[in-house]
Design a protein around this ligand. Structure first.
Ligand SMILES: [Zn+2]
Length: 342
């Protein structure tokens, strides 16, 4: 059943259930599809209807995306099927042509299906462009479960990050280092989202319908809290900054939730912030946060931790976190890296 949702979630309506994507497009007048080969193979028989064009993502560079846009026929609906990039391409086309957007995620490893802007590369740099909202967002549990489990479970990374990010925000307030007004009420709302995710740890590990719902609702609730504030400080802090440093220096791509999990592991320890408890949660969920899961070598992580303070100081757009407060010593780096698996 289609459910109307709070506009602040950035999801105009939500359709969820086993098999709900079946025959979904049979009645659509004229629509195009943005997708990739694997999700399209899974979805094409299910959704029904005849798309006016199927656009496969081959690059998110703006020049290429604009070229694809120019080649599109007339349409009144975009159906975006797949992971982050396929969804973002659909969001971009829908925004540019002011057409209805239907999103059908086939994996929930990233939150592209609830964010309004599309991640587009301009001169190698990712920019967030446009404004769109799915109507409906289609959560077909069976379809999502066809993706590898560890990728779907990675979707919790940007929700468990509340644990370390809220600590950083509170720390900034205590040290008079806040760009944003600090609200205890917002912190309470954030912990409520975090706890509702933790309560579903076993469902998330097993990717039951309730586990998938917990992740989707978590993302929508984060929007509900953050969109009126105009910032995502409750879910982005030092755990993300470690990832930014690693990515900038190594140039490697990581599964977002996995690398954020590593950030949560390390930064919760530096914060002296219930490290064992949050680590236990990640283990119960089966989140793959160990360096060995991402091909990160011991020496690479040591260099990141050594460079981290300097990196965040040079980036003026980053907020005050535990990285500014606590000195990362060679002894501590030795200690923390000894606890991890490479
Ligand atoms: Zn993130």
């Amino acid at each position: 059943m289609i459910e109307q949702t709070d506009p602040l979630t950035n999801v105009t309506s939500l359709l969820s259930g086993n098999g709900v994507s079946r025959h979904l497009c049979g009645d659509l007048k004229s629509f195009i599809v943005t997708t990739m080969p694997i999700p399209w193979d899974l979805a094409k028989q299910r959704i029904g209807g005849a798309p006016a064009k199927i656009v496969f993502v081959d690059s998110m560079e703006q020049d290429r995306v604009e070229q694809q846009l120019e080649e599109l026929p007339e349409f009144d609906c975009v159906v975006a099927i797949g992971g982050g990039q396929a969804i973002d391409l659909g969001k971009y086309f829908s925004w540019k042509r002011q057409a209805r957007l239907i999103t059908i995620p086939t994996v929930i490893s990233v939150d592209a299906f609830v964010t309004s802007a599309a991640a587009i590369r301009i001169n190698q740099k990712i920019e967030y462009i446009g404004n769109s909202s799915p109507n409906p967002l289609v959560i077909d549990y069976d379809l999502i479960r066809t993706a590898p489990n560890h990728l779907n479970i990675a979707g919790v990374g940007d929700l468990l990050s509340i644990h370390t990010a809220v600590y950083d925000w509170t720390l900034a307030a205590k040290n008079d280092q806040n760009q944003y007004q600090f609200h205890q009420k917002t912190v309470d709302q954030a912990y409520k989202i975090l706890n509702s995710i933790i309560d579903r740890a076993e469902d998330i590990r097993n990717l039951t319908n309730q586990g998938i719902d917990a992740i989707i609702n978590g993302y929508m609730d984060v929007n509900r809290v953050c969109l009126p504030l105009g910032h995502y400080r409750i879910e982005e802090g030092s755990e993300h900054y470690l990832f930014y440093e690693l990515e900038a220096r190594t140039g490697k791509a990581y599964v977002h939730g996995h690398i954020i999990g590593l950030g949560i592991y390390i930064m919760s320890h530096l914060q002296n912030n219930k490290h064992e408890i949050i680590t236990n949660v990640m283990d119960r969920m089966g989140l793959k946060y160990q360096p060995k899961n991402m091909g990160i070598k011991l020496q690479t992580l040591i260099e990141s931790l050594e460079n981290l303070r300097k990196y965040v100081c040079e980036r003026e757009d980053l907020w005050y976190t535990v990285i500014d407060k606590e000195t990362i010593t060679p002894e501590w780096i030795d200690y923390i890296t000894n606890k991890l698996e490479f």
